[in-house]
Design a protein around this ligand. Sequence first.
Ligand code: URA
Length: 219
Amino acid sequence: MSAAPLFEPGAGAGTVDAVLQARELEVLAHDCEGCRCCSLADGRRTAVVSRGNPRARLMLIGEAPGAQEDEQGLPFVGRSGQLLDRLLESVGLDSNTDAYVCNIVKCRPPENRRPTAQEMAACRPWLERQIQLMDPAVILLVGATAVEGLLGIKGGITKLRGQWSRGEGGSLEGRWLMPIFHPSYLLRHGSLEPESPRWLTGQDLQEVQRRLAQLTAPL
Ligand code: URA
């Protein structure tokens, strides 16, 4: 049997002072807006930090803002985000009240290309701070870039999706992690047939919902 984690992730939801947390997240968003740690800063309209509920137990981490996100300053508000919202809704989760949503990199890459390893590394301190402040019990890694950016694992999303792992070390210690397909991939593979990517994502999100219900159930 593995040793119990030294602290229970997610305990912050309700124990960390909400006013302090909100203030720290505001400072983070303000500082991030001035970040020039990589060249993505040159092309951004705005740094896209987060949306949703920082008191939730669920954090979603995607890849990078696209055109609409850059325009509105909010992650996952374009077509991919709308599909993500519908998928979450289908298991009774609201992306604005039941989750905190962010990305591996905060600035839009030109032509919506994938962020490079250097850009992901340059942006990592912002994500680390978000995880510390939000203290999620469950983190969904939305797409292969999120898996690479957070865990350093390249490729294999088809095998990794739907699999739970427990974070080890640093800001991830003890948190439940699950990769899922990116909604932009699901927009290109729209079949709802059993075993299709979209169907599998529905199964994965049901599993996430079950885990969250377990975590919030009284002992
Ligand atoms: N919009 C985001 O905010 N992130 C993604 O990964 C894709 C679209």
